[in-house]
Design a protein around this ligand. Structure first.
Ligand SMILES: NC(=O)c1ccc[n+]([C@@H]2O[C@H](COP(=O)([O-])OP(=O)(O)OC[C@H]3O[C@@H](n4cnc5c(N)ncnc54)[C@H](O)[C@@H]3O)[C@@H](O)[C@H]2O)c1
Length: 403
């Protein structure tokens, strides 16, 4: 009989609100418990979701009998907290990014090997409709050989002041101006999760910020970072090249992928997405496959949202025709989703992996391939764009029992 899990959600802030009901509804989850350093937030979430057991901090959850811990804390805390949870013998789900330094990610890989626990990064781009489509086409071999890819994550800081003030408190400037390439996973994963090729070398340029709000200033953030936008060119292990943009000052928004093969290509922009073949020359619109049933929640219903999210279509609360919802538990039907239909798939991946011991697609080795190229790209921009080698931690085993 498959063991049902006890899951501890750590961090009951804005993002966790969208995930708590999904963990609660999953048939392989027996109980969900909550933790937050902020007593008021914790009590509010416990009341809202009818949860009886709460803990004042991650330390207490680690000492409890939960099987798994899902981390939804501030982005710079994930690495050390995931390590702590695995050392306590728990399976770990972590919101992105998995870590912010090479040391942290190396420690996480080692911790998975030693603890033989599931680690999964909740990379929302992995289940974006266009990424699923490209993965399918790549698997069929329809692209031919990949020659070039470009992916981007545009999130202007106009929509981030409130987020970073909330996350960072009175010292928010210390963490707000992090190098854009330290949060590269939404863009890099769009290419790496499709082709399976890894990034081997990088040359990156940084755009020195022009706006005088103290965010991207050398003496205000802990990285002494002055770049608000970074553009990197990568050499890939399959011989192709890939350009990644991580922009925080930009008159644009969202994630986007263009992928070019010797036989066919995929292109997208805000006007739509097309599949292009050279012989016979054709360009087919894919919008019908990607359009989600965008059921946007009311502002007061507590499900993840922000004024920015409500103002754009980039969060898409429903699912798209390309999403294989038949693989999801029936209990998820009608529940809110988020980030273009990805949340339900991510929760299901994690819970099923913990129960079966089969590694999820976004395991620690893959998480490293989404993150490390960005960390090295930032180093390259500090060295005037010098081409640097990207270290790799190897391929993931299929199952925990293979470790
Ligand atoms: N598309 C995506 O993948 C996506 C989108 C949004 C947010 N995120 C990620 O989600 C994370 C959470 O974002 P948010 O906006 O909800 O943050 P938030 O600041 O609203 O919430 C974080 C909470 O974690 C709590 N916390 C911190 N340390 C703790 C500890 N040791 N024990 C218990 N609680 C602790 C804080 O008290 C806070 O309430 C961020 O790291 C962000 O990167 C990812």
């Amino acid at each position: 009989m498959i063991k049902r899990l006890k899951v501890g959600i750590v961090g009951t802030g804005t993002f966790a609100q969208a995930f708590i009901p999904l963990f609660q509804a999953h048939p392989l989850v027996e109980e969900v418990v909550l933790s937050d350093l902020d007593e008021e937030k914790l009590a509010g979430s416990a009341r809202k979701f009818g949860i009886k057991t709460t803990f004042p901090s991650l330390d207490d959850v680690c000492g409890s009998d939960v099987d798994a811990i899902a981390i939804f804390t501030q982005n710079w805390l994930h690495g050390p907290q995931a390590l702590q949870a695995m050392e306590a013998g728990k399976h770990v789900y972590s919101a992105v990014p998995s870590a912010i330094t090479m040391t942290e990610i190396a420690e996480l890989v080692k911790a998975v090997q030693q603890s033989k626990r599931i680690y999964m990064v909740g990379e929302t781009s992995y289940y974006y409709p266009h990424v699923i489509y490209c993965r399918q086409k790549y698997k069929e071999g329809t692209f031919g050989n990949i020659v070039y890819g470009e992916a981007e994550y545009y999130h202007d800081f106009d929509g981030l002041y409130e987020v970073f003030k909330r996350r960072g408190g009175h010292d928010w400037l210390k963490t707000a101006g992090s190098p854009p390439m330290h949060y590269p996973t939404h863009s890099i994963s769009q290419v790496v999760s499709v082709t399976g090729a890894r990034m081997t070398h990088v040359s990156c340029c940084g755009f020195v910020d022009l706006i005088d709000d103290q965010v991207f200033k050398k003496d205000s953030n802990q990285w002494s970072n002055e770049y608000s936008n970074q553009t990197a060119l990568f050499r890939m292990s399959d011989g192709s090249c890939c350009r990644i943009n991580e922009f925080r000052r930009i008159g644009n928004y969202g994630e986007r992928l263009n992928l070019f093969g010797t036989k066919a290509s995929f292109e997208m922009n805000h006007a739509g997405a097309v599949w292009v073949e050279k012989r016979p020359a054709m360009a087919e619109s894919l919008d019908h496959l990607f359009k989600t049933s965008a059921r946007k929640p009311e502002a007061e219903d507590g499900v993840f949202h922000s004024t920015e999210a409500l103002a754009t279509d980039s969060y898409f609360y429903g699912t798209a025709p390309i999403h294989d919802t038949s693989r999801l538990p029936i209990e998820f039907k009608g529940l809110n989703n988020g980030h273009k239909g990805s949340h339900q798939f991510l929760v299901d991946d994690f819970v099923v992996s913990c129960s079966t011991g089969v590694l999820p697609p976004n395991n620690i080795w893959q998480a490293a391939r989404y993150l490390v190229p960005g960390l090295i790209a930032h180093e390259s921009s500090l060295q005037g764009g010098k081409q640097l080698e990207v270290p790799d931690f190897g391929d993931a085993p299929a199952r925990l029992s293979d470790l």
